[in-house]
Design a binder for this molecule. Structure first.
Ligand code: CUA
Length: 344
């Protein structure tokens, strides 16, 4: 397991002052430019305030001193204060622009991950079909992120990599990075890992909750992980696979599984419900009837959420067509719902 050793002074400064540790090949350049601009501003701020204070005291109006006429022209001074700032601005522009171009164009052979942003969850789709809500990456390889948004503007931001890209509804955006240190599979190595992924564009009520963790694996370990993840319906017990789908397909956002009956959750709670009778209002009717929560009822509620609405709840669930959730996946979700106990 490779992890970064021998942090130099520069990255210690960067870690403690402004940013988390540098964990992509871009990070050093970004921090270098940031620090250059920061210390340049600091230098001129101190210089200007000191000079201003000195002159204010030195030329303060006092009795016996008369005003001198203002000097109209000083060529060498004017050239100096035009040329030096122009050079500095040119340097900043050059490094900023080349760095920007570099981050826009991923190498041809980059591993491509589709990033879906949606109020208020991230999901990631890998080339082999695996889908996750946490981001997993191979170390030392260029990874391209192709971002999309399902609703409003979001922003894909991984501070440890120093990359940030808007996710815009109706179009693709992309960025890329080479992660340069592994995180293991969840255990913190140096107190900073796994890395954080944030939404950096205000996108509504739960914007601050729109986060994910970023795991970086050794390439061989990553391959094995991706393989297993793509086949989780086969490799995991049905109830566990169902739990993953319940998270991933967003069911968890509207259905409590802890017995919370409040209307904070739009849909009815689902734990401890299996085999019980519930009052529902069938479509086009106003008289409630009783229905047993069994396989067919759950299947119908997923495929045609409007067919029977639980009394006291409002219709509003996504219609899950077979392309959004296939029969195998529904069977796994049913196994998960069966396993949920009443927690009251
Ligand atoms: Cu998504 Cu803020």
């Amino acid at each position: 397991m490779a992890h970064i050793t021998g942090l130099d002074m520069h990255s210690i400064l960067a870690d403690t002052l402004f940013f988390p540790p540098e964990r992509s090949t871009f990070a050093g350049d970004v921090d270098g430019l940031f620090n250059f601009i920061y210390y340049l501003c600091l230098f001129f701020f101190v210089l200007i305030i000191a000079a201003m204070t000195y002159f204010a005291i030195k030329y303060c109006a006092r009795p016996g001193h008369s005003e001198k006429p203002s000097p109209s022209h000083n060529e060498s001074l004017e050239i100096t204060w035009s040329v030096i700032p122009s050079i500095l601005v040119g340097v900043i522009f050059f490094y900023g622009f080349t760095g920007y171009l570099n981050m826009r164009e991923a190498p041809e052979d980059a591993y491509e991950i589709q990033v879906y942003a949606k109020k208020w969850q991230w999901s990631f789709k890998y080339p082999n079909g695996a889908e996750t809500t946490e981001l997993h990456l191979p170390a030392g390889k260029p990874v391209k992120f192709l971002e999309q948004s399902a609703d409003v503007l979001h922003s894909f931001y991984i501070p440890a990599f120093r990359i940030k890209m808007d996710c815009v509804p109706g179009r693709y955006t992309s960025t890329w990075a080479i992660p340069n240190a592994t995180t293991g599979s969840g255990i913190s190595i140096d107190g900073h890992q796994p890395y954080h992924l944030f939404c950096a564009e205000y996108c509504g009520q739960q914007h601050s909750q729109m986060r994910a963790l970023v795991y970086v694996h050794e390439p061989a370990e990553f391959e094995a992980w991706a393989e297993k993840e793509a086949n989780f319906l086969e490799t995991k017990p049905p109830a566990e696979a169902g739990a993953i789908l319940f998270q991933r397909k967003g069911c968890v956002q509207c259905h409590s599984v802890t017995g919370d009956r409040s209307t904070k959750y739009l849909g009815p709670p689902l734990n401890g419900q299996w085999g019980t009778e519930r009052d529902v209002i069938p479509r086009g009717s106003s008289t409630p009837e009783k229905v047993m929560m069994d396989e067919n009822y759950v299947r119908e509620s997923i495929r045609q959420p409007m067919a029977k609405i639980v009394q006291g709840r409002k219709p509003g669930m996504t219609v899950f067509t077979p392309s959004l959730l296939n029969d195998k996946q529904i069977t796994a979700i049913i196994a998960y719902l069966k396993s949920l106990k009443d927690e009251k």
